[in-house]
Design a protein around this ligand. Structure first.
Ligand code: 5GP
Ligand code: MG
Length: 176
């Protein structure tokens, strides 16, 4: 059985998401935004964030990436699922669960920039800056966390634990 240590409570998440949504809404005042959630991990954060935004949301779409087999470290990705929205001339807010090395988001930002949106910003629920291998800095971040493997609030371990309302550090069987 895996064991867990609580890192961030449901209440802390809820109040921080509202705080970040208020900041985003203020920054986009007078504009509208297209929200793009990165599947699968960001599905819960995206749902909470959009319901806390006061700026008009033009549409909500999702994208899914997968790295080429055996090529994870180079940051080469393909779209497993592309968005069906034309983002040309739009304000894009990418919503991600966690930024770790930064490879995923750097590549995703490059790929979406080629479609010539008006602007692109990144909002992440969690950030592990100590793991970064490039210059990527999210525009909005709810929680900076240490270099630990977390689950819950959409994040999984081997497909499990996404439904936890809080965020926990997972201690897998091999670590115990
Ligand atoms: P990056 O390209 O920034 O290294 O990768 C980010 C992706 O790695 C996240 O979208 C997530 O899928 C996965 N990831 C990184 N750290 C964690 C973590 O602590 N827990 C879980 N569940 N996934 C993580
Ligand atoms: Mg992810």
């Amino acid at each position: 059985m895996d064991k867990f240590d609580l890192l961030i409570s449901e209440e802390e998440i809820s109040s921080k998401v509202k705080e970040v949504a208020a900041k985003i809404s203020a920054d986009y005042e007078g504009e509208s935004v297209v929200v793009i959630g990165v599947l699968t991990g960001a599905f819960i954060f995206t749902a909470d964030l959009v319901r806390a935004l006061t700026v008009p949301v033009e549409t909500i779409d999702f994208i899914q990436l997968s790295s080429y087999k055996g090529d994870k470290s180079t940051g080469n990705f393909v779209f497993k699922k592309d968005i069906s929205t034309d983002i040309n001339g739009k304000n894009i807010l990418i919503v991600e669960d966690i930024v770790d090395t930064g490879r995923t988001l750097k590549k995703l930002r490059e790929m979406l920039t080629m479609r010539e949106p008006k602007s692109i910003k990144i909002c992440t629920a969690f950030d592990k800056p100590s793991r970064r291998v490039n210059e990527l800095v999210p525009d909005y971040n709810c929680f900076t966390i240490p270099d630990e493997f977390i689950v819950g609030y959409g994040l999984d371990y081997d497909g499990k634990y996404r439904e936890f309302k809080d965020v926990r550090i997972v201690r897998t069987e091999d670590e115990q």
